[in-house]
Design a protein around this ligand. Structure first.
Ligand code: DX5
Ligand code: ZN
Length: 226
């Protein structure tokens, strides 16, 4: 599956959000990762459907990959879908009825994804892998950008690759947290193909150039692997 970079707008400058997002897309980012936090499930508050709606207007054809770090996601899935989300992922840890919640996302015409925290094992997803479009492995504890990559995420990615192969499934594997020039090679070699990056893209320097270099590093890691 193709390697894609998902710039996480959490680390963008919100006073010039469209320009920062455009710079990341110009550099080779192919989806915009949107971190939604409620101050309950995670210790931070970020953005809601209004911002998704503005991004949709600014970027009509771009995949908006909405990562819901919120309690009771069922209450907000309709609003994010109507705002223009393309993909919606929910945390396994927040869903009492995970299967139903994923079906709800699908019923609104969005691609359903499921996310696991660093403390959650992959096998908690066994019964939903056949209905998800993507699995997002957190490689930091969710809540903030710019944290240090947790290497144990790599084994989870490898396990997901094995399970996907053995069951003949198609879900894509995404990694989120601490993905940067020094970690991206390991992440790709483990088998992830959707790479979320916030600080590495928007933190310092030229946004397009940062994106381009990260994508190049990711692609050359694949070549090394082959
Ligand atoms: C963290 C978010 C991430 C965050 C990643 O809770 O889910 O998407 O933006 O940021 P970096 O790449 O800086 O670790
Ligand atoms: Zn995220």
């Amino acid at each position: 599956m193709p390697i894609e970079i998902a710039p996480s707008i959490l680390s963008a400058n919100f006073s010039r959000l469209a320009a920062d997002a455009k710079a990341a897309l110009d550099g080779g980012g192919t989806l915009l990762h949107v971190d939604v936090m409620d101050g309950h499930f995670v210790p931070n508050i970020t953005i809601g459907p209004l911002v998704v709606s503005s991004l949709r207007k600014a970027f009509p054809g771009v995949i908006l990959d909405c990562h819901l770090m919120i309690e009771n996601p069922d209450n907000f899935i309709p609003a994010f879908a109507e705002a223009g989300a393309s993909w919606i992922s929910v945390h396994q840890e927040t869903c009492l009825h995970l299967h139903r919640t994923l079906q709800l996302v699908e019923s609104y015409g969005c691609k359903p994804g499921v996310v696991i925290n660093p403390a959650t094992p992959v096998h908690m997803l066994d019964e939903v892998l056949d209905i998800v479009h993507h699995v997002l492995v957190m490689s930091v504890n969710p809540g903030f950008g710019g944290q240090k990559f947790i290497p144990a995420a790599l084994q989870k990615v490898k396990t997901l690759v094995e399970v996907r192969e053995s069951l003949g499934q198609l879900f894509r594997i995404e990694v989120d947290g601490g993905v940067a020039m020094d970690t991206v090679g390991d992440v790709v070699r483990a088998g992830a193909e959707l790479l979320v990056a916030g600080n590495a893209i928007f933190g310092k320097g030229d946004i397009s150039e940062n994106t381009r270099k990260l994508l190049q590093a990711a692609r050359s890691a694949t070549l090394t692997h082959a």
